[in-house]
Design a protein around this ligand. Structure first.
Ligand SMILES: [Zn+2]
Length: 216
């Protein structure tokens, strides 16, 4: 089963992907994660863009993705989060899967209002030292503003402040609107109400999957 998850920043793509990955025993592949591991293993083509803070061109992203697709752990499928971002990437993905005699099974489009997302992200606190993430509403640190793991102080990321969040959501909507139409036309896109709690979102998604995926 090949799943693609769409949704604005803060809507809960990562949490949902991990839950689905556990249930269906297929890997959750986030482009952020594969970029980091490629950089660690010395992919110089990728490093030159990331180091200069430049947008990584489609061609380079696609190459990294294709490599990931061919890994043994993707044999029974995957959950993509953060890819494709453009219709060019979507076409590339379709073609790369076709070569492996596979295709996209479903695209899940997580939606929540701007206010819901802002509320969620404004509760998020990050540890500047070890990178742990806490949430004042759902995953409070044991001591106020102190990291449970390493004892350093927690802070809100600039990215999670309401003004920045509004901008990030706007950029996301501009970036993905044509892509969403692309998958709608192919009848692969399913809208999911992501204003609920993670468990409820997960249950709704499982229903959509069971109803729409043919048993192979
Ligand atoms: Zn820490």
């Amino acid at each position: 089963m090949q799943l693609v998850i769409f949704g604005p920043p803060g809507v809960g793509k990562g949490t949902l992907s991990d839950m689905l990955s556990n249930k269906y025993k297929i890997p959750h592949i986030s482009t952020g994660d594969i970029f980091r591991s490629e950089i660690k293993s010395g992919n110089s083509e990728l490093i030159q863009y990331v180091e200069k803070g430049l947008l990584v061109p489609d061609m380079v992203v696609n190459k990294v993705v294709e490599k990931a697709l061919k890994q043994e752990n993707c044999r029974n499928g995957f959950i993509f989060d953060g890819y494709p971002r453009t219709t060019d990437q979507a076409e590339f993905l379709e073609n790369a899967l076709w070569k492996l005699k596979k295709s996209i099974s479903l695209v899940l489009n997580l939606a929540a209002s701007e206010e819901t997302i802002i509320e969620r992200l404004s509760a998020r606190r990050n540890c500047s030292k070890c990178g742990a993430v806490f949430n004042l509403a759902t995953m409070k640190p044991k001591k106020k503003d102190i990291c449970d793991n390493c004892g350093s102080s927690l802070a809100q990321r600039k990215d999670d402040e309401p003004e920045t969040v509004r901008k990030r959501i706007q950029v996301y909507r501009q970036e993905t609107s044509t892509l969403i139409d692309y998958y709608k036309k192919k009848k692969l896109l399913f809208d999911i109400d992501a204003s609920k709690r993670p468990k409820e979102i997960f249950n709704a998604v499982v229903k959509v999957i069971e109803a729409n995926i043919k048993k192979e």
